[in-house]
Structure formats: C-alpha cells, structure tokens
Design a protein around this ligand. Structure first.
Ligand code: KG4
Ligand code: ZN
Length: 326
C-alpha cells in the first residue's frame, strides 16, 4: 500500500511516498530557510505563499521518484502548525485524493515525528519513551504501542528548539539557531559557565525561559565573554536536563527502548548523550529528525488502517495535540 504524504506545517514543503507503513520509496523536502533567514525567523505569510508555489513540483518529484502514477491513499498534516501553511498542504491533499479517487487521511504532525523511529528501527520494543523536541514542542511521551501515547511531561514555557533559536539570535549567530549553536559550541568550553538546570530533579516537566535569561544576564555582565563558550555552556545545560529527565522517565515506566524525535534531535551533544538513558536508544537520521513527509505518510498509513479515512471536511487545527490515552 503506497501512501503519498504531504507536510506543510511550518517552513518545509515536503512530499514522500511510503509503502507498507515503513518502506520509504521517495522523500522530497524543499526547505524555505533562505526565504526566512533575513527576517531571523519564519514569517507565516511568506511560508504560506512559498508552500503554494513549491508544493505541486515537490509532489510531482515524490511521485516520479517512487515510479507511481497514482498512490493508494493521500495523507497530509492537519496540525499543529501555522494555519496558512497547513491549509495549503491539506487542501492539496484533499483535491489530489478526490481526483485520484483514493482515501484521504489527516495526520497529526507530532504523531508523524513519533513514526520516524518506527520507519527506521524495525527492532523497536514497546513500551518506549520518546523525547520529542522541536521548535514548537518539548514532550516526554510514553508509547505503550504504536498509536497509544501517554504524556509524561512537557515544557511549561519555551520549547527546547525555541530556546536554541532565541539564544542564537541574542548571540548574533543567525537563524535557524539550533544548528548555529551546535556549530559554535564545538569551539567552546561547556564548563566555562554554569547555567541553571531548571527543575532537573523534579518531575518530568521542563522550563527553559530561566536559562535563556541567565544567558542574557551573563553576557550583559561580561560583554567580552566568548560566544563559543556561552553556546557550549548553554547547550550543555539544555542537553543535561533533557537527558536527566528522559533517563528518569525510562526507569519510571520500565521502557524497553528510548527514541529521540523532532528537530532538536539533530543536536550533536544530545545524540551523543542519549544512550545514557540505559535502554536501547534509537536516534533517527538527521533527515528523519527534521520535518519531512515520510513520517507523515507512515503515520497516515497507520491511522488509515486503524481509524479509516478522514472526512474531506477535516479542518486544519493549528493547536492540535497528540491523541493521549490513559
Ligand atoms: O521539528 P522541526 O524541524 O520543526 C518543528 O516542528 O518545530 O524543529 C526545528 C527546531 C528549530 O528550533 C531548530 O533550531 C532546532 O529544531 N534544531 C536544532 C538543531 N537542528 C535543528 N537544535 C539544536 N541543535 C541542532 N543541531
Ligand atoms: Zn516538526
């Protein structure tokens, strides 16, 4: 069963064909980073218009890459994300499904990220704990089986990726901030500054806004401070909290595997330290960490098999959360 997946929730225009829930036959991602970089962040209106221009060529490339004239179903992200961007992919997916006369299925972007390890790791064992860290979310999730999720903890303020982006902007490192800090940190000393590890010893929730403020205060007090040292010390604090809490969650729920997901999972220190949680750890490839449509197609195939097609009246939902079970 070939599912065409479409992803346009933020600033990546992506289409992919996935066969049998996990065989990626094609995956095309057209990044808009260059369009937004000069504004220092994603401009929703520019993103929407760019999706409109890029989507059909990207879909055509994914279809020809898979050697297909017509898929068996079309899946598209319907939330969470930027409303104008979501609508482009969602409307296109419905129109394509109608014209090909195949089922349409709406996909939760966050569930998509949770399917990245499912695609890449056939050996995954449930229950698993997933740390989903992106520009918009920081979630610690227990998955008892595919599609069954329990929320263990989340950020109370900034998302992990948002903290990277804000600190990078403050340090003048540019956009997107995560990769820029990652690069700068390689030249710095992570022990140069001792930044706070908020709530590290309590519960599974996160808070990153105090850390961001601590970075700002430090630089204000010491304008000559080395940027690589600040970047390395900041990254060390974020990763320390993420890994500490993930390890506690793994032990607490008796997880058999641990997975990373989301854009921040591309961080080199997080990837290096993830195995510290103490169970087999799966770190998706870089392309599977950041937004792509293969994960959307895989989650779509799963939802189609379990819940059937979505109605063509399905609306975009910018604030959609994961379907939690108890
Ligand atoms: O999952 P994603 O591509 O888009 C969202 O759904 O948000 O995640 C993007 C986020 C951005 O905040 C970006 O700065 C961060 O992931 N990111 C990183 C790295 N690469 C991307 N953060 C830390 N280190 C990286 N190497
Ligand atoms: Zn994402």
């Amino acid at each position: 069963m070939n599912v065409l997946g479409i992803e346009t929730s933020c600033d990546e225009t992506a289409a992919a064909v996935v066969d049998d829930e996990r065989v990626v036959r094609s995956s095309i991602v057209s990044s808009q980073i260059d369009l937004h970089a000069r504004y220092g962040g994603v401009v929703p209106e520019i993103a929407g218009r760019a999706h409109l221009e890029l989507l059909m060529p990207v879909v055509a490339e994914a279809m020809s890459g898979a050697g297909l004239e017509r898929p068996d179903a079309v899946a598209a992200t319907y939330g969470p994300g930027l409303i104008g961007s979501l609508l482009v992919g969602l409307s296109a997916a419905k129109a394509l499904a109608m014209s090909w006369d195949v089922p349409f299925v709406g996909v939760n972007h966050l569930e998509g990220h949770l399917f990245a390890p499912v695609i890449e790791e056939p050996a995954l064992e449930w229950p698993l704990v997933v740390l989903l860290v992106s520009g918009g979310h920081t979630l610690l999730v227990q998955a008892t089986a595919p599609g069954r999720y329990r929320l263990l903890g989340q950020t109370l303020d900034d998302a992990a990726g948002e903290a990277f982006d804000k600190v990078a902007r403050f340090l003048g490192l540019g956009y997107p901030g995560g990769p820029a800090i990652d690069r700068a940190a390689k030249e710095g000393d992570p022990r140069a500054f001792r930044f706070p590890r908020a709530m590290a010893d309590e519960g599974f929730d996160f808070s990153f806004s105090g850390l961001k403020t601590a970075v700002v205060r430090t630089v204000e007090r010491d304008p000559g401070a080395s940027t690589p040292d600040i970047a390395a010390s900041f990254q060390d604090a974020v990763v320390d909290v993420l890994v500490t809490k993930a390890a506690r969650a793994v032990a607490d729920v008796g997880a058999r595997s641990f997975c990373l997901g989301g854009g921040v999972a591309a961080n080199s220190l997080l990837r290096l330290r993830a195995p510290e949680v103490g169970v087999p750890t799966y770190v998706p490839s870089m392309a599977m960490c950041t937004d792509n449509a293969a994960m959307v197609a895989a989650a779509g195939a799963f939802r189609l098999a379990h819940d059937g097609p979505s109605p063509l009246s399905l609306s975009a939902d910018p604030n959609l959360s994961l379907p939690w079970t108890r």
